[in-house]
Design a protein around this ligand. Structure first.
Ligand SMILES: *Cc1c(COP(=O)(O)O)cnc(C)c1O
Length: 389
């Protein structure tokens, strides 16, 4: 786990701090995959849209992908290079505007493509397919292969559409079925895609493996990823795209928070509870949704333990009215006290893009720590709360 390289007492809390050195490390790994194989890797902006870092990332990656109009526009305006987009359905007005920014469109079905054929003349168009091959257990809301999924076409549904609308104007296929997974799962998924859709790939130009590849994680098997990429390049002459979000900014940033108060739990026969100036519900919703447990580092460099591992176990909670606004139970060598700071790790992804002002909570300040020093990117105030309502 990457540790903060900045002075934790130097920032206003709560805040997100993204570190250029760690982004760069990730980008170098991704660029090497591109260089080794000739594939193209895009930043999936839905995980990380801190566009002050786009000039750095665009030095390594081939472009961005978007989940709709606003992300497409952001990628076009601030990242440059290629702009791709996927949406389960496009409205007529939206797709006309997206076409000003994006060069590559992924459609959820051949029928969706046929509905919008005119708007995307001269664009590269892909169809999202769904091999209905689940490789993940646990979080069903992140599994596009679950029964009843609305994301991408099964072979039967694809063939039904092809018989009605043909394949004219379609450049390739897209599949996205993974979430925080290694390349063994990609390999098994790709074999399924090939088995089911291989006969169509022979006449196509592009395949997009979607996101969910945890390429920059320490134990990720890059050799197997490259083997799968090369297989599609060599067997079908396809241009291969990957569009990871997490992997680009994995472990590249932190959320720094201050303890506002500590409730003595002994009286109720429970652990102490620390109320933080940050909220799981507002500032790191994936802690509750995914759910996951962030690694926590103290200013002295110590890592907080599992409950009862160290001498004092404390429940860390947010400063909202939601009973479940709890980050987790952690243990420390000494009791926490008002004013103590804590650093929550891996907080650049799916945090800034998902936060909210529930309870009128202030949004955390955004910092970018670069080789030129700490930059405050944006502070938020009352107006940011008011002006959305
Ligand atoms: C979510 C998503 C991604 C990025 O996923 P990560 O898990 O952040 O790598 C890429 N493509 C599509 C279609 C997605 O829905």
């Amino acid at each position: 786990m990457n540790k903060p390289t900045f002075d934790i007492s130097s920032v206003a809390t709560p805040c997100y701090v993204t570190e250029e050195c760690y982004l760069k490390k990730n980008c170098e790994i991704l660029k090497k995959v591109q260089d080794d194989t000739g594939c193209k890797i895009l930043l999936a902006q839905k995980a990380f849209s801190m566009y002050s870092a786009y000039p750095l990332i665009s030095g390594y990656l081939s472009g961005t992908t978007a989940s709709g109009l606003y992300e497409a526009r952001l990628g076009y305006e601030y990242f440059g290079k290629e702009t791709h987009v996927f949406s389960p359905a496009y409205s007529d007005s939206e797709i006309t505007e997206i076409a000003k920014y994006a060069g590559h469109f992924v459609f959820n079905s051949v029928r969706q493509f046929a509905m919008h054929r005119e708007a995307v003349k001269n664009k590269r168009c892909l169809i999202r397919v769904n091999p209905r091959f689940s490789t993940q257990e646990g979080h069903a809301i992140y599994d596009p292969c679950a029964k009843g999924s609305r994301l991408g076409q099964t072979l039967a549904s694809f063939e039904e559409d092809v018989s009605k609308y043909g394949l004219d104007g379609i450049d390739g296929l897209h599949f996205h079925t993974l979430c925080e997974q290694n390349s063994d799962d990609l390999k098994r998924t790709a074999e399924q895609v090939e088995k089911q859709f291989g006969k169509y790939l022979k006449n196509m130009n592009v395949i997009n493996f979607g996101g969910g590849h945890h390429i920059t994680r320490e134990d990720y098997d890059i050799a197997t990823l490259e083997e799968v990429i090369r297989h599609f390049e060599n067997e079908y002459g396809l241009e291969v795209y990957l569009e990871p979000g997490e992997a680009v900014a994995l472990n590249a940033g932190f959320l720094v928070t201050t303890v506002l108060d500590v409730i003595d739990g002994k009286i109720n026969g429970e652990n102490d509870i620390a109320i933080l100036d940050a909220s799981a519900a507002c500032h790191m919703p994936d802690v509750l949704e995914m759910p996951y447990r962030p690694v926590i580092i103290q200013p002295n460099g110590d890592t907080a333990g599992e409950p009862n591992e160290k001498s004092v176990t404390v429940r860390l909670g947010g400063n909202t009215c939601l009973a479940g606004d709890v980050i987790g139970d952690y243990s420390f060598d000494r009791p926490l006290k008002t004013g103590d700071r804590l650093v929550l790790c891996d907080m650049s992804i799916y945090s800034m893009v998902k936060n909210n002002t529930f309870n009128g909570m202030a949004l955390p300040t955004i910092y970018y720590n670069t080789s030129l020093g700490m930059r405050e990117i944006r502070q938020f105030g009352y107006e940011d709360f008011r002006d959305r309502l």
